[in-house]
Ligand binder design. Structure first.
Ligand code: MD3
Ligand code: FE
Length: 211
């Protein structure tokens, strides 16, 4: 379903087996060194969702090769199979001719956010990449309310969509720079057999930076 031009939601895109497999991989990436950490914002606050990065380390507001605001370790590599997964996602959501579906687009960064029942993400735009390829978002665990806004400001109008375990969301074209956030996680709604308490979101991005 197209929520806005270039913003396509494909519910239940990952079957139970692929969800379990991806969750196991995320648990491995979350381990130190360069594991899960709390993001400190320039204003002195902290983000409530904890994060681990692959390929490049995101910190407000830029990318680095080491965990500059954490243990200083080199960032874990971005696995090639996540790049293939990203192109498969873009192809299914936007079609084989879409920017990002072709092998020339190099997906090279994954940001993985872990949400407990109280975690939120405020309305923001993702503009630290220098490539306009679509962002691919995969959700695991608890259902959340995802708020998709507009490109002008972090206020209304916006569309609220529930994201469930296994859902794919692709943000390309004019939606690539839209404001968005996660105002609510519905605790205890994860599929029982997945064995995850809370919610996990993985975004795959093409940075446009030199290797
Ligand atoms: C629209 N993550 O990692 S996923 C983020 O659920 C982020 O953890 C949220 O916002 C989460 O930056 C929302 C949906 C999403 C992700 C990236 C986007 C929407 C996006 C990038 C550009 C436009
Ligand atoms: Fe975002």
């Amino acid at each position: 379903r197209e929520i806005a031009p270039g913003a396509v939601h494909l519910p239940d895109w990952l079957d139970a087996g692929r969800q379990r497999h991806l969750l196991e991989a995320c648990r491995g990436w979350a381990r130190p060194p360069a594991g899960l950490r709390t993001v400190r914002t320039p204003g002195g606050g902290t983000m409530t969702a904890r994060q681990v990065c692959l390929g490049r380390h995101w910190y407000p507001y830029g990318y680095a090769r080491t965990v500059v605001d954490g243990d200083g370790s080199p960032v874990k590599p971005f696995p090639g199979r996540l790049g293939e997964l990203a192109r498969e996602a873009v192809t299914d959501a936007l079609g084989p001719g879409a920017p990002g579906a072709d092998p020339a687009t190099v997906y090279d960064i994954a940001l993985i956010n872990f949400y407990d029942a109280e975690a939120r993400m405020g309305m923001h735009r993702d503009s630290d990449e220098s490539c306009d390829a679509p962002v691919v978002s995969l959700s695991l665990g608890d259902t959340c309310v995802f708020r998709f806004g507009n490109t002008e400001s972090r206020t209304r109008p916006y569309t609220d969509v529930e994201l469930r375990s296994g859902d794919l969301f692709v943000f390309g074209g004019p939606s690539r720079l839209a404001y968005h956030g996660v105002p609510k996680v519905h605790a205890g709604t994860a599929p029982h057999e997945l064995g995850l308490t809370g919610r996990l979101n993985l975004t795959l991005r093409a940075s446009g930076f030199p290797p």
